[in-house]
Design a protein around this ligand. Structure first.
Ligand code: ADP
Length: 403
């Protein structure tokens, strides 16, 4: 009988979903083998489990009744049992978690300890909609399986290299000093995309790159020599470009006006800015870019145009933070799959030397720029889960070496 092989479970826990992926370590930490992935959606109301193989074959499905749907402990145990039952002969040796906030001090992934958990708890006020959900499975696993190694990977960590000027708001110094500054998010995605570019275009990747992570949540990052120099999301995941249902940057005076004239309170404002704005708010039709692109309704077109205008404007802002632009990269759901949006953004950046080749763009090719352009343009699929698995293996390797 062969001995059990170690596999790494990656968890990305949100308010109503729990996404998971399983990887097996290969000869080097960069080339991990993806085995299975899936998610539980509808947590809290009508939870549903779906899983698929690495080649996207459906492997499992399950539904829970309303009462069980809210029990995160039961749902997480189901994922563990399903993984153990499906990958017979493999053993989960560690779990890597996506954690939205690592504050100013956690600039790299860390092995979970009670002290780290306390520190992450203290960061909840900075990301109240995400951090508690990210931490919940860590706690459950720590209690059930105290010997199981867990690693926390932060969405903010990639941005720890930014200069103070990129992180500061023009607020009184005392507020900046207490942590009211720009942290940035989508760091695991930027980290992965940068690593892919380093593999495939090493010379360019050491230059000045703007990466556009355009999905349900969207942001841009200025990456110079592989390090984050600036980003469009800031203190919260509301800042920057418009998103599916989030406003992106608006004049803070609008909030003061809504409070004063419309007597809006905290809950109403949070709902407006996080759930009723962005593509959904502008179009009144959908938060889904594909739906808007396929619609001929002028309100849908207006939302698409506003999105592209704001992304293009932000590309120029990011380039300014690096003193120039050597390559432009698109990633995430919209960035990887929408030739139309990429073309509309590129058109607005022609003055910077950006132009896409319509044939390459149509097929979502790796390099989509027109011949002889000053700024080459790439499409690089992101893989935050793989990045977390890589970090989990690396952090555990380091902690074993130093033990
Ligand atoms: P999340 O931020 O939740 O991870 P994704 O990165 O999966 O989201 O991106 C989801 C977005 O990508 C949706 O707005 C969806 O419409 C869009 N999208 C996916 N495929 C296409 C496509 N072929 N054309 C346009 N938009 C697309």
């Amino acid at each position: 009988m062969r001995s059990k092989q170690g596999v790494y479970l990656v968890l990305n826990a949100g308010s109503s979903s729990l996404k998971f992926s399983v990887f097996r370590a290969a000869a080097n930490v960069v080339e991990l083998e993806a085995l299975v992935s899936g998610q539980i959606s509808g947590i809290g109301s009508s939870a549903r489990f779906q899983a698929k193989s690495a080649d996207r074959r459906p492997l499992g499905e399950h539904r829970w009744d309303d009462k069980e749907s809210a029990c995160r402990d039961t749902l997480l145990q189901y994922v563990l049992d399903w993984v153990n039952g499906t990958l017979i002969g493999d053993e989960i040796v560690a779990v890597g978690h996506r954690i939205v906030h690592g504050g100013l001090s956690l600039g790299k992934p860390m092995r979970v300890t009670p002290t780290l958990l306390d520190e992450l708890d203290r960061l909840v006020p900075l990301a109240p909609l995400h951090q508690p959900h990210n931490l919940a499975p860590i706690r459950i696993l720590a209690q059930k399986f105290p010997e199981l190694a867990q690693v926390a990977c932060f969405d903010t960590a990639f941005h720890s290299t930014q200069p103070a000027i990129a992180r500061s708001y023009a607020l009184p110094r005392a507020l900046t000093d207490e942590g009211i500054c720009s942290y940035g998010f989508h760091g695991l995605s930027y980290d992965y995309v940068t690593s892919r570019l380093m593999e495939r275009q090493p010379e360019l990747a050491h230059g000045r790159i703007v990466i556009c992570h355009l999905g349900n949540g969207s942001s841009l990052c200025a990456v110079k020599d592989g390090r984050s120099m600036d980003t469009s999301m800031g203190f919260s995941a509301l800042n920057g470009v418009p998103m599916g249902t989030r406003s992106g940057s608006i004049d803070p005076g609008v909030i003061l006006y809504l409070m004063r004239e419309k007597k809006m309170g905290y809950a109403e404002l949070e709902d407006l800015l996080y759930r009723k704005s962005g593509l959904l708010g502008v179009s009144g039709i959908s938060n889904d870019m594909k739906v808007l692109q396929d619609s001929e309704d002028p309100a849908a077109r207006a939302a698409v145009e506003l999105f592209c205008h704001r992304v293009a404007r932000e590309v120029a802002a990011m380039a300014t933070s690096m003193g120039g632009l050597d390559a432009l990269v698109f990633t995430a759901g919209i960035g990887e799959n929408s030739p139309e949006i990429r073309a509309l953004i590129a058109e607005r950046l022609a003055w910077l030397g950006v132009s896409v080749d319509s044939g390459a763009n149509r097929t979502n090719a790796f390099e989509i720029s027109a011949a002889d352009v000053r700024v080459p343009v790439f499409v690089v699929p992101t893989n935050e889960e793989k990045m977390i698995a890589r970090y989990t293996i690396t952090v555990l390797g380091e902690s074993m070496a130093s033990a």
